[in-house]
Design a protein around this ligand. Structure first.
Ligand code: GZL
Length: 326
């Protein structure tokens, strides 16, 4: 049972949300008894995590009280900006989106505010000078996920001599999860001088790119890689293929810790090829739906909603696999 630790209540959100109450100038036709029209711009379909996240959002917003207009940006910011502008032109009641990268949103979010349409961030954060441009963010604490990966690695390496050489597969360049997971991991790993991060490169959260970059790491470092830290399971699974093709044993010759906790990671752990995964819950649909109801009704919502998550290791995989919901 996940507790929801609510961030600081945002008084400013109440004022902004109030303009979304379906009344005059609310930016949509969502008056009393009419469906709430929601424009949702999704990052893409780059990973198992994203697929599960899309399914959760679509299932939750399929309820008769909503009219969902869904757009897949194929991991391109310009497609998300186009979709948000289209939602504004359609005068939807609420806009929700998962920003592919942190920067570059100020202009289009000001356009949404000027149209009186509240914006709900889901999954990833934006970097804006005025946080009244969005009402709330529901998503994981990526910095803590990076810290958890590092804490697991230090514990896993407790009987090892240094130097312990780490390679890092980073997520999409400029994205909140990539920036924050790197920050959290480095913050904790810096407390133990045995560890050296010898290579870091983006695998864009995909299996294919994760495999390609790991092949390059192996070529450059040869057998001198002790650990892989991957910002998501999909890149770790791609890297596992590269490690095996190089004649090495993933999970043994190279210890691997990644983030998400998708089914593919549990299967890899069960096969002894992945050592640990830090959970990042994609099943945000029901909480997102409730936030949209509250925002549309002008009710106060927290500025930040964080979902608590755990860490799963190889020895737990077989027992936990049947329980996984994504
Ligand atoms: C995290 C999410 C990340 C996942 C990746 O909340 O934004 O994007 O970790 C996904 O699998 O591509």
């Amino acid at each position: 049972m996940r507790k929801f630790v609510f961030g600081m209540l945002a008084l400013g959100a109440m004022a902004l949300a109030g303009c979304s109450g379906g009344g005059e100038g609310s930016g949509g036709e969502g008056g009393e008894g009419k469906p709430i029209t929601v424009g949702f711009s999704q990052v893409g379909a780059e990973s198992e995590w994203r697929t599960a996240n899309t399914r959760s959002v679509k299932e939750a917003l399929a309820a008769p009280e909503f009219r969902l207009r869904f757009s897949d940006a194929q991991q391109k910011q310009e497609n998300q900006i186009k979709a948000i502008r289209s939602f504004i032109a359609q005068r939807v009641d609420v806009i929700a989106f998962s920003p592919v990268v942190e920067s570059g949103w100020e202009t289009v979010l000001r356009e949404a505010k000027a149209a009186g349409i509240p914006v709900v961030l889901t999954d990833r954060a934006v970097d804006v000078s005025d946080d009244s441009l969005y009402v709330t963010l529901i998503g994981s604490d990526f910095v803590e996920e990076g810290r958890r990966a590092a804490r697991w690695l230090i514990e896993d390496s407790k009987d090892k001599e240094g130097p312990i050489r780490v390679v890092e597969l980073q997520g999409t360049v400029g994205s909140a999860p990539a920036n924050d997971r790197m920050r959290g991991f480095k913050e904790v790993i810096a407390t133990d001088p045995r560890f050296q991060i010898v290579r870091s490169q983006s695998g864009d959260f995909t299996r294919a790119k994760g495999k390609e970059v790991m092949e390059a790491f192996l070529k450059a470092e040869g057998g001198r890689i002790d650990v892989l830290f991957a910002h998501n399971d999909d890149m770790a699974i791609g890297a596992i293929q590269a490690i095996e093709e190089a004649g090495l044993k993933p999970g043994q010759d190279i210890r691997i810790v990644s983030i998400d906790g998708v089914r593919g990671a549990f299967e890899a752990m069960k096969a002894g090829k992945l050592n640990a995964t830090v959970e990042c819950n994609p099943l945000l649909g029901p909480q997102l739906a409730q936030l949209i109801r509250d925002v549309h009704a002008g009710r106060q919502v927290p500025k930040r909603v964080v979902v608590e998550e755990g860490v799963y290791t190889m020895d737990q995989a077989a027992a936990e696999l049947p329980n996984r919901k994504y």
